[in-house]
Every structure is written in C-alpha cells, then in structure tokens.
Design a protein around this ligand. Structure first.
Ligand code: HEM
Length: 399
C-alpha cells in the first residue's frame, strides 16, 4: 500500500540529534517512496530509499532547475512564479548551462590538487588548536574550530581576503540556517551581492593566484562570476563547518568511537566517510520530473516535484547494516552525503582533506576532550535549515 507523509517534520526526536526525524525513518519502513501532498495542494513524492534516491540523481529526466521548483515543502505560497537561478548559480541548473559553469572548475578541485592543500590545512588547524589550548578550557568548538578552518581554506582557495569574511559569512548563515525571516533574507542577499560585485571587480583589476582570478580569464560575465563565487563560498563553508561541529558532537556522544580512532590512525579515511553518512548535514534536495517516469512501481508525472531525503537514504538498512549505529570501522562507502550524478559535490575532495586533517588533530591534541554541558543542552539548528548542525558546542578538557 502507498504510504503518505502529510507534512514534512520540523523537528527531530528529543535525545536523537543525529537521526533523521522519526516520521522519515517510518516512511522508509513503509517503502522507498511515499506520496507527499505539498501545502499548496501539489501532489508530490518523498523518496527515502537509498536505491531510489540514487537513481533519481542519475536520471536526466529529473531537473534541478530552480524555476520548476514552485512548491515549498512547508509553506503554501500559492501559484507563485519562481525565477530561474541567477547566472552562475549552477547548483540549480540542468545541462548544458550547468556544465558550462562546472567544467572550468573541475580541474581546480581534483584529488591531486586538494591533496596538495593538506599541509596548509594542517597549519591552519594547528594554529586554531594552539589558540584553544592557550586560552584554556572551556571553549566553543564552533567558533574556535569548526567555522574558522573551512572558512580560511575556502577564502584562500577563491582568493577572498579572510578579513572580508564578516561580509558574507553571517549572510550565508541566514540563507542556510533556517531561522531568518523574509526581510532579513532579502537584506542578506543584497549585502552579499554588493560584496561579491566588489570582489569580482577587484579580481578583474588585480588578478592573483586563485580560482576566482583564473575564472576572470574566460568569457564569463561579472554576473556569472558573482553567481559562481556565491555557490562556492556558501557550499564550501557552511557544509564543512557543520560537519566538523556536528561530527565532534557525535564523537563526544559515542566515546568508544574517538577512542578507537585515537588508537588506530589508519581508521581516518573510513571514519570520515562514516561521519559523512551518519550525519548527512546536506539532508534534503528536490528535483522536478521533466516527463512521466516509472519509479519504484509508480509513475511520477511530468511536472511533479520529488523531495529526496539524502539523510534517510543514508540510513537505509537495505544498503547499510545497522544503519543507525555510528561505526567508524564501517567498510561500505557509497553514501549519498555528497549527492550523486551531475551535481555531485564539486568540493568533496576538499571537504575530505579538511575532515581527515581536523578531526584527528583535535582528538590528538585534547585526549580528555568532552562536552561541557549535558548533551540535551547543545543548541541545534532547526530541522528547517538547509544544512543541519549545532549552533555552538561547549567543550572542556583537563588542562
Ligand atoms: C554540491 C554536500 C563541501 C562545493 C553538493 C551536493 C551535496 C553537497 C549533497 C549536491 C546537491 C544536489 O544534489 O543538488 C557537501 C557536504 C560538504 C560539502 C556534506 C562538506 C562536508 C563542499 C565544499 C565545496 C563544495 C568544501 C567547495 C567548493 C559544492 C558545489 C556544489 C556542491 C559547487 C554544486 C555542484 C553542482 O551543482 O554541480 N555538495 N558539500 N561543497 N558542493 Fe558540496
């Protein structure tokens, strides 16, 4: 029988900050695909099974175009027109437009290029751990560790002066944090566009050795460069920052896991993949069917919106044994935390380098690291945030 999820859950189970909301877990137990009536009346679908999410992501009959996503999963906006994504914002485009923007970037984000960054990431991480140690316990791991590391890395890679970070970071938090009102969002958008315009002009006038300057040496317009810079800055910063902070919270909540990692540094690559799977901070994306598609025995009609729950798919017991267990030794990768198909995360190798450096360095530096407040008091982002995470993470250690 066909299961219906009537509203998208807006909260997780108390005491289960790392698990998808129980309504989504239960939906998957009924089957990989559920009916989802959007608040505006549109009859859509919710996909929670691993294989089906993956097959939608690999299927060009499902579109990422923003102008087709006219149904909000939580709010009835009526019959609104959604404009296409601004030039350069290729996350919300299909081929051929998407490839035109993504292609010139691919060579800048290869495994080899990112490995070359390892030493720099080690230095940045060590500097922040030094500062934490010097200041002494307690500390907020979000401000002392999880945010500054990816922020400095993406700024250096793009050629954005780190001093400028205040001009876009808070705005990006507003876009992705799920708590800003409409007026705040508009103000944040305007301020960010103003900043990006200055940045692109500065790179054109004075190219340096970085990704944005390289891009000025092409036929891309200023508007396109602004859009690409916005996608890179927001995708490259908030996701990794939340993985580091929520990851540290998960590790400290499962003390046997960091103990195993400290004892066996060779666990690092697997441990990072497992944290990515278990936490899946980029948890939900949508696609629109461009034609009628047969999927899991159902017909998805042309024009229908599907919600893909990456984090529930990453807890699918048909794909991962004991899926709700955090097990840093787990061998089977293939999680969907970076997506799949043409939009699969461009920065995944960079994110991996950052996490493979930062987590072990943190655990090594503070062997007695622990939460400084009861786990229930750690402030979480709301479930409505695009990227899940903690707002702050008070920790302490034996100095
Ligand atoms: C796309 C997750 C870090 C840049 C994506 C997507 C996911 C994701 C799930 C696919 C979205 C979709 O299916 O529509 C993550 C996570 C990260 C991370 C969990 C950290 C752990 C980064 C970093 C960068 C980055 C460091 C740096 C540049 C991008 C870009 C796209 C993307 C540009 C769009 C790709 C496209 O549309 O072709 N990311 N990401 N991400 N990510 Fe990441």
């Amino acid at each position: 029988s066909l299961h219906t999820v009537t509203t998208l859950p807006t909260a997780r189970q108390p005491g289960c900050p790392f698990d998808p909301p129980k309504e989504l877990i239960q939906a998957r137990e009924h089957g990989p695909i559920s009916r989802f009536p959007f608040p505006d009346g549109h009859q859509g679908w919710l996909i929670t099974g691993y294989d089906l999410v993956r097959s939608v992501l690999a299927d060009p009959r499902f579109s990422s175009r923003r102008e087709l996503m006219r149904h909000h999963p939580l709010v009835d906006y009526g019959d609104i027109e959604v404009p296409p994504a601004p030039p350069g914002e290729f996350l919300l485009m299909d081929e051929p437009q998407h490839g035109r923007y993504r292609r010139p970037l691919v060579g800048r984000f290869t495994v080899r290029r990112m490995r070359q960054l390892t030493e720099r990431v080690e230095r940045i991480t060590a500097d922040h751990l030094d500062a934490m140690e010097k200041a002494g316990p307690p500390a907020d791991l979000v401000t002392a560790f999880a945010r500054p590391i990816p922020s400095i890395v993406i700024c250096e890679l793009l050629g954005v002066p780190y001093e400028d970070r205040g001009r876009f970071q808070d705005q990006i938090d507003k876009f992705l944090g799920g708590e800003a009102g409409d007026e705040e969002l508009i103000a944040a958008y305007t301020a960010t566009q103003r900043y990006l315009a200055e940045l692109v002009a500065a790179k054109r006038a004075n190219p340096t050795d970085d990704v944005l300057s390289d891009l000025t040496d092409s036929d891309l317009t200023d508007e396109e460069l602004r859009g690409m810079a916005l996608i890179l800055l927001s995708a490259g910063f908030d996701t990794t920052a939340n993985m580091l902070a929520l990851g540290a919270f998960a590790l400290l909540s499962h003390p046997a896991q960091p103990a195993a990692w400290r004892a066996d540094p060779a666990l690092t690559d697997r441990a990072v993949e497992e944290l990515l799977r278990y936490l899946s901070v980029a948890k939900t994306f949508m696609r629109t069917a461009l034609e009628d598609v047969e999927l899991g025995g159902r017909t998805i009609e042309a024009g229908t919106t599907v919600i893909l729950s990456y984090n529930t798919a990453n807890r699918d017991p048909e794909r991962f044994a004991d899926p709700h267990v955090l097990d840093l030794r787990r061998e089977n990768g293939g999680h969907l935390a970076f997506g799949h198909g043409i939009h699969q995360c461009l920065g995944q190798q960079l994110a991996r380098v950052e996490m493979r450096v930062a987590f072990p360095a943190l655990l090594d530096r503070f062997p007695t690291l622990r939460l400084a407040v009861p786990a229930e008091e750690v402030g979480l982002r709301p479930e409505t945030a695009d990227i899940f995470g903690v707002k702050s993470l008070p920790v302490t250690w034996d100095a």
